[in-house]
Design a protein around this ligand. Structure first.
Ligand code: GAR
Length: 218
């Protein structure tokens, strides 16, 4: 599977959030007022809940936002179709899950598979799911980190785009999950920005589990 050849117009990004939105902020800061130079622009921010800092960041940046809550739909499938329709309305080239704490369904993947990326706070395939930091700490690993990957129909199982490593020290106790997560997020924000920049500007190819950045068509 290959992305469309890079064009001169900045790629259109829809970013999905559920919480504080510091990864979204890192993208906003990196793009700044030069989307052409960065190669991408955020055209909308979506969330699965209201009242979160991530949405406030988007509003402060003057971006359109939308909220699509599971509990407002009769079934999970209907929620998934609504989320897909809202997102599609902004005609994104790439969709970025930046702390979006929901597993999307068939309809969303049918529309955005191969151009939907997620950032996860562990070194996949270890510690997938909602508690990557806590699970890695409990396992006693000496290094952990973050993974930017394409989303497929599993839980954090799609092809890996980039990974960053963070050391776990003696000071990292089970109670210190938040502190370790903060150290991971410092690396994660830079990793996500660089991954989006390269995907958008240089194009990419997905061959099985391998993601090749740049040189589309070779
Ligand atoms: C990030 O660390 C991201 O990897 C994680 O939520 C955090 C969001 O931070 N996502 C998951 O755990 C998904 N399984 P942010 O809202 O400050 O960007």
């Amino acid at each position: 599977m290959a992305s469309p050849p890079p064009s001169t117009a900045p790629a259109r990004l829809v970013v999905l959030v559920s919480g504080s939105g510091t990864n979204l902020q890192a993208l906003l800061d990196a793009i700044g007022d030069d989307p052409e130079g960065f190669g991408a622009q955020i055209v909308a921010v979506g969330a699965d809940r209201s009242g979160i800092a991530g949405l406030e960041r988007a509003e402060r940046a003057g971006l359109p936002t939308f909220v699509c809550r599971v509990k407002d739909h009769a079934t999970r499938e209907e929620w998934d179709a609504a989320l897909a329709a809202e997102t599609a309305g902004y005609h994104p080239d790439l969709v970025v899950s930046a702390g979006f704490m929901k597993i999307v369904g068939k309809e969303f993947l049918a529309r955005f598979g191969g151009r939907f990326i997620n950032t996860h706070p562990a070194l996949l395939p270890s510690f997938p799911g909602a508690h990557g930091v806590r699970d890695a700490l409990a396992y006693g690993v000496k290094v952990t980190g973050c993974t930017v990957h394409f989303v497929d129909d599993g839980v954090d199982t799609g092809p890996i785009i980039a990974q960053g490593v963070v050391e776990v020290t003696e000071e990292d106790t089970a109670e210190g999950e938040a502190a370790l997560h903060e150290r991971i997020k410092e690396i994660e924000r830079k990793l996500l920005v660089e991954a989006v920049r390269r995907l958008a500007r240089d194009g990419y190819r997905i061959e099985g589990r391998k993601v090749h950045l740049g040189h589309v068509g070779e």
